[in-house]
Every structure is written in C-alpha cells, then in structure tokens.
Ligand binder design. Structure first.
Ligand code: GDP
Ligand code: MG
Length: 227
C-alpha cells in the first residue's frame, strides 16, 4: 500500500488531529442533542476508569475532557466534532459507588436513549481498568452493547500500573471474563501513550464501515439479519 504519496511518512499517525469543536451536551433522555452529518464513536466506562485521560490522549489535547479525582460527577453526554471525520461522544461514567442508588441508575436510560436516537453511531470504545476484574456494571453495559449488536472496542486502561509481564496475562483474563477475543482488547496508558495509535487506528477503521444499522435495514446481508 506504500507509494501513492510523495511525502515520506515516518511513523504514520492513523488519526492526525486538525481541529476539534465542542457541539454541546445531551442532559436527559428526551433532551436536546446536536444534529450533524458525521459518524459517531462513543466512549463508555465506569467512573474513574480513565476515560477523560484516554480521550485527551487520543485527540492530543491536554484538557478536552476534564480529568477528575472526584468521580461520578459528569452525568451529561458531551459531543465533540473531530476534524471532518467523526463526532466523539463522551458518555457519563457509571457505577460510582459513593453516589446514591437512584443516581447510579440514571446512566442507563440516558445512554439507551442516546443510542436509539443516534442513527450515525458506528461503535463504542468500552473502557475497562486493566488491573481489576470487570464490575457488574461493566458486564451489564457489555451485555447491553452485545444485545444491540453495536461494534465494540475494549480499551484496557492504566497498563502502566502493571508490570510488563503482567499485561499479557491480564489481557487474557479480561478477554475470558467478558467473553471476547483478546485481539479485540487494546492495552492503553494515558501516562505513557501506549496504545494511542492502535486505538486511533481501530476508530478510523470503524468509521470507515457502513453503519451496522444500515445493513440491518437493508436486511439479508448477514446470516444474523432476520425479521
Ligand atoms: N497511572 C495512570 N493513571 C491514570 C491513567 N488514566 C487515568 N489515570 C488517573 O485516574 C484518575 C481518573 O482519571 P479520569 O481520566 O478522570 O477518569 P474518568 O473518570 O474515567 O474520566 C485520575 O487521577 C487520572 O490521573 C493511566 O493511564 N495511568
Ligand atoms: Mg471523566
């Protein structure tokens, strides 16, 4: 595939960030959300998993998404247009133990309605802390995504906190615990930048795919399609 371009490409960046625009928040299941013509990629994970840090690293901005030591506070969905390529959707963190049970349950209708109201959604980046076993909330979210049939990339965060030798072992365990193939899990560290380009590459590939909803509507293409 090399050679169509004259410019040399040392260590090619799969996702060069040219400009980013904040499009606004969706605050409630029936509330306002931005309309735009771009495919959407959403980011999900429990509070404190490192989602804001991963997003900032991915788009090479220090403070696009707010990194916080007081988890469980952002309960809105935030939309950012990245280049003319896609809209990055920052979903609220779920499952923070210290907030009330009612507020813990709020994420589900909001995230569900967002997904239903997002014809352009192409996939989700689901974050899991590489050090810990997936929580019940994580498993519920992954089950929900699997039911929807939404293409899902798993990012295993904070791998800098594991020893080199522990990383492959933890990836294998995680894959087994969530019933996915190891190749679908991208090890990531916002501290070292490990995994940034692999994640960027996976996202670029996802947005190049036709929407899974389009093929669902067209029907008959895959053996899964029925109705
Ligand atoms: N060591 C390490 N710490 C991280 C990493 N990513 C996030 N953190 C820390 O974890 C905490 C929560 O991060 P944040 O990005 O706000 O998580 P969010 O609640 O999921 O958005 C902060 O103290 C971050 O500095 C990482 O890759 N490595
Ligand atoms: Mg955050």
């Amino acid at each position: 595939m090399a050679g169509d371009q004259d410019a040399p490409s040392p260590a090619r960046d799969p996702l060069v960030i040219r400009d980013i625009e904040y499009l606004g928040p969706m605050a409630s299941p029936t509330g306002w959300r931005p309309e735009h013509p771009y495919p959407e990629i959403a980011f999900a994970g429990r509070s404190n998993v490192g989602k804001s840090s991963l997003i900032n690293k991915l788009v090479r901005r220090k403070k696009l998404a707010r990194v916080s030591n007081t988890p469980g506070r952002t309960r809105e969905i935030h939309f950012f247009r990245v280049n003319q390529d896609f809209v990055l959707v920052d979903l609220p963190g779920y499952g923070y133990a210290r907030i009330s049970r009612e507020r813990r349950a709020e994420w589900r209708p909001l995230i569900e309605r967002f997904l239903e109201r997002s014809p352009g959604i192409r996939g989700i980046v689901q974050l899991l802390d590489a050090r810990h076993d997936p929580t019940a909330d994580d498993q519920q979210m992954l089950g929900f995504l699997a039911d929807l049939g939404l293409p899902t990339i798993v990012a295993a965060t904070k791998i800098d906190k594991l020893s080199r030798a522990a990383v492959p072992r933890r990836l294998r365990e995680l894959a087994e615990q969530i019933g996915m193939d190891e190749s679908q899990i991208i090890p990531f560290s916002a501290v070292t930048g490990d995994g940034r380009d692999d994640l960027a590459q996976a996202i670029v590939e996802l947005i190049a795919q036709p929407s899974w909803r389009v093929s669902e509507e067209a029907g008959g293409e895959s053996d899964e399609a029925e109705r």
